[in-house]
Write a protein of this length. Structure first.
Length: 221
């Protein structure tokens, strides 16, 4: 993977990372891409027959080409691709990826996981080198609540459970999902200080805790 040199840019580029099948016209990721000038999709390709190394390579290329601090907004299998990118392309904390919003991560380790997901197993266990929020639902068919919680703990992500919202996709009827955009804004705020520099790990996690207004242990794996 490529090397990165930090700079003082303040406004991050938001890269959406869809999951299996991509995100359709009414998915909140697509709606964000249409409404936010700072947001663009990572074209991973092979949406219906995903390949882990190919997806990680495409994600790495998109991050390197962004020319700015990057915030990743991943859904489902895209969350696992992000975790694998962090595993295979280690970075200094907070650069070039300054933070991530990880929504409804697919549990690729389940015995009944679709075969299209098998190549992404096992889920990486190491802490992510950037502040992150993991959002899960209590009735997601792709990941059990306890498993979502354990992923958040292993990755060092702040875990936010939003009730019974299915797979937090177009079928959930969220529209542009304004609550999700508020969480994204909190990730952005936690990742950079007033001068546009990456916050140290402890500062970033403390900022997330303060802005979310909850007491929650952030796991270290």
């Amino acid at each position: 993977m490529g090397s990165f040199a930090p700079h003082d840019a303040v406004s991050p580029t938001i890269l959406t990372v869809p999951g299996l099948g991509g995100s359709g016209a009414s998915h909140w990721q697509t709606l964000w891409e249409r409404s936010r000038l700072d947001t663009v999709r990572v074209e991973l390709g092979m949406w219906d027959t995903p390949h882990r190394n190919s997806w990680v390579t495409k994600l790495d290329e998109a991050i390197r080409q962004a020319q700015a601090p990057v915030i990743l907004v991943a859904h489902s299998l895209g969350c696992i691709a992000v975790a694998w990118w962090a595993e295979l392309a280690p970075q200094p904390y907070g650069w070039p990826v300054a933070g991530a919003l990880l929504v409804a991560p697919a549990d690729v380790d389940r015995a009944d996981a679709p075969r299209e997901l098998a190549g992404f197993a096992p889920v990486p266990h190491g802490p992510l080198p950037f502040p992150s929020i993991l959002v899960s639902s209590t009735d997601d068919p792709w990941v059990a609540p306890a498993r979502a919680h354990s992923m958040a703990a292993e990755w060092g992500s702040h875990h936010v459970e939003i009730g019974a919202q299915g797979h937090i996709n177009a079928a959930s009827g969220l529209g542009a999902w304004h609550e999700g955009q508020e969480l994204l804004d909190r990730v952005i705020g936690a990742s950079r200080d007033g001068r546009g520099h990456a916050r140290p790990p402890g500062d970033a996690r403390a900022m997330l805790t303060r802005t979310l207004g909850v007491e929650q242990r952030l796991g270290q794996g």
